[in-house]
Design a protein around this ligand. Structure first.
Ligand code: 13P
Ligand code: SF4
Length: 310
C-alpha cells in the first residue's frame, strides 16, 4: 500500500470502530499525522483518562499505553508494538525499587511516568517532566523522597528545590544522554542568535547552557512565545516535525549526538511505530494492553495523585 492508502484506511477504521489515536511528539512524522491527539506524556495521560471513545490506540512506547489503560480500564487500549520499551523504564525493576523502599522506609516515592505499571504501583506520586517540580514541591520539605528512575531529571529538580533529602535512582534516557556539549556549543557559535532549548532528561552540563529547560510541550510553548527565530533543539528529533508545522517562520536546528555516525538523537523505540503496524493493530484490535487489576488499582492511585497536583 502507498502512504496515502495507508492513511486513508486508518482514518476509515478509526471512524468505523470509534477509535482514537494518541501519539507522542517523538513518533515518526507520518504517525503524528494520523493522530487525533498529539502531546507530551502528561497531556496524553490526561487525554487517555478523559476520552469518551471505546478504543484508544496508543502510538508510543509501552509505558504510555499502560498508563492509558490504568486510567481507562474499561476501554480497549491497543498498542501497535508492545516491545517498544524505554531505557528509563527498563533501568528500574519493581523488585529493585521494593528493596530500596525497604532500605528507606520513611521516604515517599516519586516516580517519573517512564516506568512500568508495577513500579507505579509501588509509587506514592508519579510525575512527568512537565510537573516534576510541582510534584516534589507538593511534598513537605522535611519529608525525604526516593526519586526514580531518571538521575538527570532528579538532579535537576534537586538543584531547583535545594532539597538534600532525595535518594535518586541511577537511570537515564539513552537518547538524551547522547548529546554532545561540544557540538552544541559549536552550533551556538555558528548561530549566535539561536536559543538552546533542552529536555531535563539531558545531562547537567547540557542543562546549564540551555536558555530554556522543559518537557516537550514546554519546549514547544517556549519556542512559540519567545522572540528568537532560531533554536538549537536538545531533545529527541521527532519533535521537529511539530515545531516546523506550528512555527514555519522559525528555524529549528537539531542538536547532534556525540557519535555523528548514529541516529542517537532518535528514540529507536518510538520509531518502531509505523503506519503499517498501526493499521494492522486497528484491523485486528490487537495487540491490546492487559493489566493485573490489583496492580492497576495501585498504579492508578499514584497517577491520580499526580493529576490532582497539576
Ligand atoms: P515528555 O514528558 O516531554 O513527553 O517527555 C517524556 C519522554 O521522554 C518521552 O519519552
Ligand atoms: Fe524512553 Fe528516552 Fe525513548 Fe523517551 S526518548 S521513550 S525516555 S528511551
Amino acid at each position: 500500500m502507498t502512504k496515502s492508502e495507508l492513511v486513508q484506511r486508518i482514518q476509515q477504521l478509526k471512524t468505523e470502530k470509534n477509535a482514537v489515536i494518541l501519539a507522542h511528539y517523538y513518533t515518526l512524522p507520518e504517525v503524528q499525522e494520523v493522530a487525533d491527539y498529539l502531546g507530551d506524556s502528561l497531556a496524553l495521560s490526561v487525554k487517555a483518562r478523559d476520552i469518551a471513545a471505546p478504543i484508544i490506540l496508543f502510538a508510543g512506547v509501552n509505558f504510555m499505553a499502560e498508563t492509558a489503560k490504568v486510567l481507562s480500564p474499561d476501554k480497549k487500549v491497543l498498542i501497535p508494538v508492545p516491545e517498544a520499551g524505554c531505557s528509563l523504564a527498563e533501568s528500574c525493576e519493581a523488585a529493585a525499587l521494593a528493596k530500596l523502599k525497604e532500605q528507606y522506609p520513611d521516604h515517599k516515592v516519586v516516580s517519573y511516568v517512564n516506568t512500568s505499571v508495577e513500579v507505579k504501583a509501588l509509587t506514592d506520586v508519579c510525575c512527568t517532566s512537565t510537573n516534576a517540580l510541582q510534584v516534589v514541591e507538593s511534598i513537605p520539605r522535611e519529608q525525604p523522597i526516593i526519586f526514580a528512575p531518571d538521575r538527570n531529571l532528579g538532579s535537576y529538580i534537586q538543584k531547583l528545590t535545594g532539597r538534600d533529602n532525595m535518594v535518586i535512582w541511577d537511570g537515564a534516557c539513552t537518547v538524551h544522554e547522547e548529546f554532545s556539549l561540544e557540538k552544541i556549543l559549536q552550533l551556538k557559535r555558528e548561530n549566535p542568535q539561536a536559543k538552546i532549548v533542552a529536555h531535563p532528561e539531558c545531562k547537567a552540563y547540557i542543562i546549564e547552557v540551555a536558555d530554556y529547560v522543559g518537557s516537550t510541550a514546554g519546549i514547544l510553548e517556549f519556542c512559540g512565545k519567545d522572540e528568537a527565530e532560531e533554536f538549537i533543539v536538545v531533545t529527541e528529533a521527532g519533535i521537529l516535525a511539530e515545531m516546523r508545522k506550528r512555527f514555519p517562520e522559525k528555524n529549528f536546528i537539531p542538536a547532534p549526538p556525540e557519535d555523528s555516525t548514529c541516529a542517537c538523537n532518535e528514540c529507536r523505540y518510538m520509531k518502531m511505530v509505523t503506519l503499517e503496524n498501526i493499521l494492522s493493530c486497528l484491523e485486528n484490535e490487537s495487540p491490546e494492553v492487559h493489566l493485573d487489576e490489583s496492580v492497576r488499582q495501585a498504579a492508578e492511585r499514584s497517577i491520580q495523585n499526580m493529576v490532582a497536583i497539576k
